[in-house]
Design a protein around this ligand. Structure first.
Ligand code: NDP
Length: 401
C-alpha cells in the first residue's frame, strides 16, 4: 500500500486518478496536483474515495520539492506535459521519490523530442536507489509491452515492427485533437523518421500512407507513417529489428484543417508580435480548440492500436498482430473520458502498480520494454485494456525479407 502523487489534471490525469482510486489495496492515498487546482477538485468530485488536491507549477523545482516533502508519496506519476519531465525528475531526486511518465521530454522552444535528456539521469537515479519508468502510456507504453511480449513468447528474433494506431472515433467537431493540442500538433507536423538498415531514415511529414483494415470490424482507415518516440527506445533495446515504423490514422478532414492551419502559420512555435504582445501561434490555437478532456460525452466509435511484428521462430518466418480495441463510450461510462485518455491513463496506473508491487522496482532510468512484460500484460486484461494476438494475420504487409 502506498501514497501516490499524480501531477497533471488533464484528460489523462483524470483517467489515472479514477483507475488508481479503484485499487485502494495498491494506492492507499492519492494526491492530485496541477497548475489549476480547480481542475483537480473537479476530478476529485467524480470519485467516491477522498482525493487530496493541490496547486503546483511543475516547471518550478522548489515548488515541487515543497509539495512532495509535504505529502511524502512513494511515487510521482507525471501526466502533466512533456516540458515538465526534467523538473519533476529533479524534484523526485531531491526528495527520494520514484518517478513514472507517459511521454519523453521535449523542450518548449524546440519542436524536438528524444530520450537523451532523460537517459542522462540514469546514474543519478541508480545512485539514489530510485526508479524512473519512462513511457508508461499506450504508445509509448502498451505498444512497447506488446513488442516485448511477442519477442519473448512468439519469436526467437524479431525483424520488422509496424506500430499501428487507429482512432475510429468521431467527436462531431470539424477539428479537435484527442490529447493536448499543442503536443499533438507538434508531433504530427514533425518530419517523419523510421528505422531501416541500422539507422533512422527521414521522409517528409505525412508523405507515406496506406489503408489498414482493423480486426473486429473497427473499419478500414488511411494510416500515415510518422515519427513516434518509442521507435528510439525499441530499436535500441531490440537490435535485431531491421525496420521499425509507426503509423497513425487521420481523417481527410483532420488533415485538411491541419494543412490550412500550417499554411497560415497557426501551428508555429515561434513567438509573434501581436499588438505589442508576444504570442506563440500554436498556444493561441490551443485556446480556441476544444479541450480534449471535454470530448468524452460526444465521442463514439472505437480505437484499435497494435503491433504487427515479423521475424523468425524455430527457423521459420512468421508474423503476429497484437492489439487492443477500446470503445470510446464504454470508457466514458467508466471514467468520464474518451478512449485516447483512457488508453493512456490505464497503462500509467498499471506501470505504477508494477513498481509499487515490486514486480519491476529497480534503481535507474528504464524504458518500459526493459521490464518483464508478463505481469503488465495480465493487468491490461484485468483493468480495462484486453488484448489479442492474431498469428500470421492475413494483412501481413510488413514481412519483406
Ligand atoms: P492535457 O493538456 O489535457 O493535461 C495536461 C495537464 O497538465 C493540465 O491539467 C495542465 O494544467 C497540467 N500542466 C501543464 N503544465 C503544467 C505545469 N507547469 N505545472 C502543473 N501542471 C501543468 O494533456 P493530456 O492529459 O492529454 O496529456 C497528458 C500527458 O500525457 C502529456 O504529456 C501527453 O504527451 C501524454 N500522452 C501520452 C500518450 C501515450 O500513449 N503515451 C497519449 C496521450 C497523451 P492546466 O489545466 O492548468 O493547463
Amino acid at each position: 500500500m502506498a501514497k501516490v502523487l499524480i501531477i497533471g489534471a488533464g484528460g489523462v490525469g483524470q483517467v489515472v486518478t479514477h483507475k488508481c482510486a479503484q485499487l485502494p489495496e495498491v494506492f492507499s492515498e492519492i494526491v492530485l496536483a496541477s497548475r489549476t487546482e480547480e481542475k483537480c477538485k473537479k476530478i476529485a468530485s467524480q470519485i467516491k474515495r477522498p482525493i487530496i488536491t493541490a496547486q503546483v507549477d511543475a516547471d518550478n523545482v522548489p515548488e515541487l520539492v515543497e509539495l512532495i516533502s509535504r505529502e511524502q508519496p512513494k511515487l510521482v506519476i507525471n501526466v502533466a506535459l512533456p516540458y515538465q519531465d526534467l523538473t519533476i525528475m529533479d524534484a523526485c531526486l531531491k526528495t527520494g521519490v520514484h518517478y513514472l511518465d507517459t511521454a519523453n521530454y521535449e523542450p518548449l522552444d524546440t519542436a524536438k523530442f528524444e530520450y537523451s535528456w532523460q537517459w542522462a539521469y540514469q546514474e543519478k537515479f541508480k545512485q539514489a536507489g530510485l526508479m524512473a519508468l519512462l513511457g508508461s502510456g499506450f504508445d509509448p507504453g502498451a505498444t512497447n509491452m506488446f513488442t516485448a511480449y511477442l519477442a519473448k513468447h512468439y519469436f526467437d528474433e524479431i525483424h520488422y515492427l509496424d506500430i499501428i494506431d487507429v482512432n475510429g472515433g468521431d467527436h462531431g467537431y470539424p477539428f479537435a485533437t484527442n490529447f493536448n493540442p499543442e503536443i499533438n500538433i507538434r508531433e504530427v507536423t514533425a518530419v517523419c523518421r523510421h528505422w531501416e538498415g541500422g539507422e533512422f531514415v527521414t521522409t517528409p511529414a505525412m508523405s507515406v500512407n496506406r489503408p489498414f483494415t482493423c480486426p473486429e470490424e473497427v473499419g478500414t482507415y488511411n494510416i500515415y507513417r510518422m515519427y513516434h518516440e518509442e521507435l528510439e527506445s525499441l530499436t535500441k533495446h531490440f537490435p535485431s529489428l531491421k525496420r521499425a515504423q509507426f503509423w497513425m490514422s487521420f481523417s481527410d478532414n483532420y488533415l485538411k484543417h491541419l494543412e490550412v492551419l500550417g499554411n497560415v502559420g497557426m501551428t508555429s512555435i515561434e513567438p509573434v508580435d501581436y499588438q505589442g504582445q508576444q504570442i506563440v501561434p500554436i498556444q493561441f490555437l490551443k485556446t480556441l480548440l476544444p479541450d480534449p478532456s471535454t470530448l468524452g460525452p460526444r465521442t463514439t466509435g472505437r480505437t484499435c492500436i497494435g503491433c504487427l511484428v515479423s521475424g523468425i521462430k524455430d527457423g521459420q518466418k512468421k508474423s503476429c498482430f497484437i492489439y487492443n480495441i477500446c470503445d470510446h463510450q464504454s470508457c466514458y461510462q467508466e471514467v468520464q473520458s474518451q478512449a485516447i485518455s483512457y488508453t493512456t491513463g490505464v497503462p500509467a496506473m498499471i506501470g505504477a502498480k508494477m513498481m509499487l508491487e515490486n514486480h519491476w522496482m529497480s534503481p535507474g532510468v528504464w524504458n518500459i520494454e526493459q521490464m518483464n512484460p508478463d505481469p503488465f500484460m495480465a493487468d491490461m486484461n484485468s483493468y480495462g485494456l484486453p488484448w489479442k494476438v492474431i498469428e500470421n494475420p492475413p494483412f501481413n504487409w510488413s514481412q519483406q525479407d
